[in-house]
Design a protein around this ligand. Structure first.
Ligand code: C5P
Length: 323
């Protein structure tokens, strides 16, 4: 079997509106995903003795069946048992660069990378749509991770409307190393506190989806994608993440970091997904570096980590292959 190494980029949410409840217990969302250049490297090769193995040295990443990369390989082995038997198992190695449990879909991206890697290695020739259907069985963010770029998502996050790719936008990412937020906790707390605001009927939910799709953020992103740099300064008041309403009051450290970055960044700052990572947008690499330096000196805490990166159009991409 060929061995594949794939880049598995992180994402941020530029918009995350919780629209309502779903019969499956998840939340109906309208969200804008954006891939960024910060990426893990996932190596997929034939394993020993017909088993699935996952190896990742990073702290907090399970090397067992709970890892989304493992679950992706298990799903592929169930769906394509002949290929699994023929190639003799799957060995996965993850080089982690994306902070773990950060609201950046690092684990989801690793799952998507294994789907894409095994499709290539096993010569299955799956379409992007087929890969995304498999991805939806693994988690809400996984289908987006397959193709990456810029997309508006509805449903649990798995119904994707791709948008024209936005580039030349930089960001400073910041995260307290020791701080974690449980995604189920964030959604459950949101339901308990703000459930009264939910759109109750399918029609009311559809109306909120339509409003987000034709809303000012999507229009500004499209203007930006078309080369109108003025669209950049329009983004600031349009960034929205409903989960901030529960995560920030429960974690004053994240709220302080978010407020600091929002003051320092002319284009604004926000928490990504269910947190705890916070991003600040910047119009140039040098502006991003300046924001990072100013934030570091305002909050000189060794537990606080920063990255400077940029928007990316890339989803899962093989970077090399060996026979
Ligand atoms: O799909 P994923 O495994 O990423 O979701 C993690 C948790 O986040 C779910 O178990 C659920 O509690 C919550 N969630 C939700 N609605 C979504 C996505 C996630 O309630 N659309």
């Amino acid at each position: 079997m060929k061995s594949y190494s794939l880049r598995s980029p992180a994402k941020i949410n530029l918009y995350l509106e919780i629209v309502g409840d779903r019969p499956d217990g998840f939340h109906e969302l309208a969200t804008v995903f954006q891939s960024i250049d910060l990426a893990d490297l996932v190596h997929v090769r034939s394993g020993m003795q017909g088993v699935i193995q996952v190896e990742c040295a990073a702290e907090g990443v399970p090397n067992d069946a709970s890892n989304l990369a493992y679950r992706a390989a298990a799903l592929m082995s169930e769906r394509f048992p002949e290929a699994f038997a023929k190639f003799g198992g799957v060995a996965i190695e993850i080089e982690k660069r994306i902070p773990v449990a950060a609201g950046l879909a690092g684990g989801s991206g690793n799952g998507a990378a294994v789907l894409v890697g095994l499709d290539l290695a096993w010569g299955l020739g799956l379409t992007q749509g087929e890969l995304q259907e498999l991805a939806a069985e693994l988690g809400s963010d996984v289908p987006f991770c397959v193709g990456g770029g810029t997309a508006l998502a509805t449903g649990r996050g798995e119904v994707l409307d791709p948008l024209a790719g936005v580039d030349q936008v930089w960001l400073v990412l910041a995260k307290y190393r020791s701080l974690g937020v449980s995604t189920p906790w964030a959604y459950q707390t949101y339901r308990a506190q703000f459930g009264a605001e939910y759109a109750r009927t399918p029609e009311a939910q559809a109306a909120r989806h339509t409003a987000a799709k034709s809303g000012p953020l999507v229009r500004s992103l499209q203007a930006l994608a078309a080369g109108d740099r003025a669209g950049l300064s329009a983004l600031r008041p349009l960034l929205r993440n409903d989960l901030e309403r529960v995560v920030l009051p429960a974690h004053p450290q994240i709220a302080q970091l978010r407020d600091l970055l929002d003051r320092l960044a002319p284009l604004g700052a926000m928490m990504s997904g269910s947190g705890p990572s916070v991003f600040a947008l910047a119009e140039s690499a040098s502006q991003a570096q300046e924001i990072q330096a100013a934030a570091r000196s305002a909050l000189p805490d060794p537990d606080l980590e920063f990255w400077v990166t940029q928007f990316s159009a890339a989803g899962i991409r093989p970077v090399n292959q060996s026979v």
